[in-house]
Ligand binder design. Structure first.
Ligand code: SF4
Length: 261
């Protein structure tokens, strides 16, 4: 799947806008300037990479996420876009893009959405009043409303000194992917989606140390992004997402969207 074809596929899916404005991320300096800023003194700045060349739509990432966080089928922290063309079916996992400039954060009337010092966007479910303004503001449709009491789930430990512990899911609040923020600061375990992918398509990356891992291999993040012609989803909106997609190569992608699962 070429970058152009990926973008065409996304556009047809109604989820990408003008291809020309989707920036190609080529060098570490550019990545850091765009996502970290020159004043960050943090030890880590987390990001995601999804290598679409490896994704075959098995949805092991989705089921692992649902299981670990005690989510019911309608509580989707991750979903898979798919589209069909003459070469077959193509897949793209979509979740919270951990925007550096998140519109969801700006619209919250009670400041329940927070961004940690290491770049993870979270919802403090003890503060959330369920206004759902964030759901409307998110251009990635990454959030949902908890209409019913979720299954008992773990609480999120404070991912930084400035953020309190809070539940990851609670009735009457808005939920979304938390990037397994209770795992990554301690470097003990990978996010469940990363851990579960049998093909190594999901990576957790650190913009400071310039490293990304998928549980099988460790890569230099900037080189991986540059060599893979990585793109960011709806970059033209100025959300500055910290999720990078590496398009596949060689497959003629571009048919109509089949569905979202
Ligand atoms: Fe907020 Fe949506 Fe961006 Fe996640 S993807 S940080 S929910 S605007």
């Amino acid at each position: 799947m070429s970058r152009r074809r990926l973008l065409r596929g996304l556009s047809l899916a109604g989820v990408a806008a003008a291809a020309g404005s989707l920036g190609l991320v080529s060098y570490r300096d550019e990545v850091q300037a765009a996502t970290v800023g020159p004043t960050s003194g943090e030890e880590h700045q987390w990001c995601r990479v999804v290598d679409l060349r490896a994704c075959k739509g098995e949805r092991k990432c989705v089921s692992a996420c649902q299981e670990r966080h005690g989510l019911s089928p309608e509580q989707t922290w991750m979903r898979t876009l798919s589209w069909q063309d003459e070469a077959g079916e193509h897949f793209m996992p979509v979740m919270c893009q951990m925007c550096q400039d998140p519109p969801c954060l700006r619209v919250c009337p009670v400041s329940a959405t927070i961004k940690t010092d290491q770049g993870v966007v979270l919802v403090d479910q003890d503060l959330c009043i369920g206004s759902r303004a964030c759901m409307a503001a998110c251009p990635y449709e990454a959030r949902y409303f908890n209409w019913s009491e979720p299954k008992p789930a773990h609480r999120m430990p404070a991912p930084s000194p400035n953020t309190p512990e809070f539940p990851a899911n609670q009735v009457g609040t808005v939920g979304k992917c938390v990037l397994c923020a209770d795992r990554i600061p301690y470097s003990k375990q990978l996010p469940s989606c990363v851990e579960a992918c049998p093909r190594g398509a999901h990576y957790i990356g650190d913009l400071v140390t310039d490293v990304a891992v998928n549980g099988r291999s460790t890569v230099r993040l900037s080189t991986f992004l540059r060599d893979g012609n990585a793109v960011r989803f709806k970059e033209e909106l100025g959300t500055n997402p910290r999720c990078y997609y590496i398009p596949g190569y060689g497959q003629p992608v571009g048919g109509p969207l089949v569905g979202v699962r």
